[in-house]
Design a protein around this ligand. Sequence first.
Ligand code: SF4
Length: 428
Amino acid sequence: ITIGRAGEFKLTAASIACTDRELRPMRHAGRGGVGAVMGSKGLKAIVVNPEGGKSQPLADEKAFREASKRFATALSEHPITSKGLAEYGTAVLVNILHEAGGLPTANFTVGQFDKHEAVSGELLNQLTKERGGEGKVAHGCMSGCMIRCSGILPDKKGKFQSKWPEYETLWCFGPHSGIGDLDAISKYDYMCDDIGVDTIDVGVAVGVAMAGGAIPYGDTKAVLDVMNGISDGSPLGRIVGCGAATTGRVFGVRRVPAVKGQSLPAYDPRAVKGQGVTYATSPMGADHTAGYAVTANILNSGGTVDPLKKDGQIELSRNLQVATASVDSVGLCLFTAFAILDVPDALPAIVDMLNAKFGWKLTGDDVVTLGQRILSTEIDFNRRAGITQAADVLPDFFTDEKLPPHNTTFDITHEELKTVFNWIEGKK
Ligand code: SF4
């Protein structure tokens, strides 16, 4: 578990890297600048030596095995967790979001990118197979993963180039920054992992620096220089390495896609409105994983809610934020959520695994209570840190500017957003 140069410089987009199965530092606690916390303590690395260690005991081993088999069956029954993610990675979303008109392009000015196929999951799959060598489709980032979304992209000679970039990474260095070059983006992805920065915050900052005139729009070489600058500690590198909010302030950019200082990820809130509710209200700022409304808005997973209308988006985001807080605390990869939303036995199987492991008697309702308690604690932390409900808003350009091609704005009001955490409001 290490930090890179960015953490040593205490840059506020610095991440903490964990090694993958091949001992490459490619799985990151990316968001929120946690690498700067390690850097500020002078802590470079933590090494876990498993020698002589034992697995934690299971209260009821037989019941645990049975429940985990049911959970594995649920994952194998869902098309996304059994096939889609393994074949194309999360990059499968590039073409889907382009079609939906919600792929933020040129710093959130339009919702479609003309070079979307050049940065797509389909191309990632094709190049990996064509180049062969050390490339891998359907590769797990950790042992035991059944979904295996984290492929390996080889270079033109078949040597390792990077892990498959996530959809959000392809988006922020791609459509958001005007770059339609998969190989260039996968190299930036490798550099982000090596330097130890969050790909979303740095990629969004690159697009904001372009909007501010600091680097030319769509210039792959200029972006490479910026990435090297983060590692070298150049002035521009240090600015971009502190994320989009800082970059926007330094270059006087009015349209900065960030909430509570955290960059918006790859779904335009005017065309995927449930996601906009999550961005505005999540205690950790604009975070897609905190309440992934793309499920019902775009993928028809866990129901269907029209992404272009405001109806039902508050409830959707609330339910997802509560459920996600619970699933995250269990330690499962969030990509299991598709099966949890759609396969009826998946959630009961998780509850049964927990009970068998710890000797508890949890029910499905306890999962909701747990999620609410986690969110209440996070909100309480924010209030004590001086972050009030006034911060639960999107930047004004999302409400003022229409997004082509649907020409919609984000029309969910602040009063409506205030009702997301209604169980807390009810207690006051
Ligand atoms: S599904 Fe989750 S655990 Fe599995 S490879 Fe992908 S990110 Fe890693």
